[in-house]
Ligand binder design. Structure first.
Ligand code: SAH
Length: 366
């Protein structure tokens, strides 16, 4: 395996370059390209041809490479299937939105959590990602945005807030970030320092690992926290999320409120709306009944939170169905009536299989 220059310290990079008989300033130039996400040496325009060629035979740039790139038909969403140095594959998604450019990154190759509706966990957990491997995903997105700018592709949005760089990060790709907490923290610190992405523009989404939330409290950075709730009672939640047998709903929410109170932040609650097929093949509501909407309201009433209702993205291997639009709106109306902030998450990139882990899974099946 060729060494990955991105993971070198400045000192190591300088030694590597001067050992090749090159002047020191080349190391700084190369570092500059690496920080911008250059996927290969050929992209490094101010490096002489011969050196680019030599570098290519002895080293690689990032700790991952793009295997597949899919663009949604509206051009707003780009999904990347990436391969790490040991052959593991992960996904990351770039979403060009009206508030900026958001990147959804993976924190693990695979996932051990076993949630019954999710594709990411079907092949189990392979390993944790390093901070560098998580960071490299935003560099891939950053490079793609640079390509947007270089091409005629209109950059969304046209608001002044968007200068075409990555502005938001959600750690909501494959994996459970709070099973890889220290590397995730290392990644966030770096995204803040090196890319200037504000704490408040970074969201960690967890299925509810209480010690991990406590670690975030101790860490003290005012990032956003999202809890994948998906059910308002322990009984129902344990049926679809095995982690609930370990950390009860009330303990998860207690820890989450302590986090958001500390930073005076709104807690994001994720709630996938699930149905099931009955024996006639009709869809019946599962966690999306009006009764569950009332129970969810009881749990959240008076709290500073936002409920994101997520229509389930169908996964072939999973025995659920997506409820109708009417059922989704009925569920939302009950929350609204009860004074709970809520919105229905817009689906992005369904035409390119942007549901969690689908691309990786489909590739592994081949
Ligand atoms: N492990 C973390 C982050 C990854 S999952 C967590 O549980 O929060 C990111 C979000 O997508 C979670 O809310 C997860 O429950 C949801 N999700 C998983 N599979 C989905 C599917 N098929 N359709 C819609 N949302 C899904």
């Amino acid at each position: 395996m060729k060494p990955t220059l991105f993971t070198f310290t400045d000192g190591e990079l300088e030694k590597f370059i001067t050992d090749m008989g090159q002047p020191k300033f080349r190391a700084r130039q190369i570092r500059d390209w690496l920080n911008r996400g250059a996927p290969d040496f050929a992209s490094m325009k101010n490096i002489p041809d011969a050196l680019r060629h030599d570098l290519d035979s002895v080293a690689q740039t990032l700790p991952l490479r793009i295997v597949k790139k899919l663009e949604s038909s509206d051009g707003e969403t780009t999904k990347f299937l990436l391969e790490l140095n040991d052959g593991e594959q992960i996904e990351c998604v770039l979403m060009r939105t009206t508030y900026g450019n958001s990147v959804c990154v993976s924190s693990q190759a695979g996932c051990a959590m076993g949630c019954k509706f999710c594709a990411s966990t079907l092949l189990g957990l392979k390993r944790n990602l390093t901070s560098d491997e998580i960071y490299a995903q935003i560099l891939v997105a950053q490079w793609e945005l640079r390509r947007d700018r270089a091409s005629d592709k209109p950059i969304r949005p046209n608001g002044d807030a968007n200068n075409g760089d990555v502005s938001h990060i959600v750690i909501m790709g494959t994996g459970e970030p709070l099973q890889n907490t220290e590397n995730v923290i290392g990644f966030i610190e770096r995204a803040n320092t090196d890319m200037g992405i504000g704490w408040r523009r970074i969201t960690v989404s967890t299925c509810g690992i209480v010690p991990g939330i406590e670690r975030l409290i101790e860490w003290g950075r005012p990032i956003n926290l999202a809890i994948s709730l998906h059910a308002p009672t322990d009984e129902l939640r344990s049926q679809i999320m095995p982690i609930n047998n370990r950390y009860k709903l009330s303990d998860v929410l207690d820890a989450a409120w302590r986090f958001t109170d500390l930073h005076n932040r709104q807690l994001m609650i994720e709630y996938i709306l699930l149905g099931k097929k009955d024996e006639n093949g009709d869809t019946v509501l599962y966690n999306a009944t009006p009764e569950y909407a009332e129970k969810l309201s009881d749990l959240l009433r008076g709290k500073n939170c936002m409920v994101n209702l997520i229509p389930w993205n169908a996964v072939d291997e999973r025995d659920f169905a997506s409820p109708s639009g009417n059922a989704v709106h009925r569920f939302q109306d009950i929350l609204i009536k009860n004074g709970i902030h809520t919105r229905i998450r817009r689906e992005r990139g369904t035409d390119i299989g942007s549901a969690c882990g689908q691309l990786r899974l489909n590739n592994a099946k081949k």
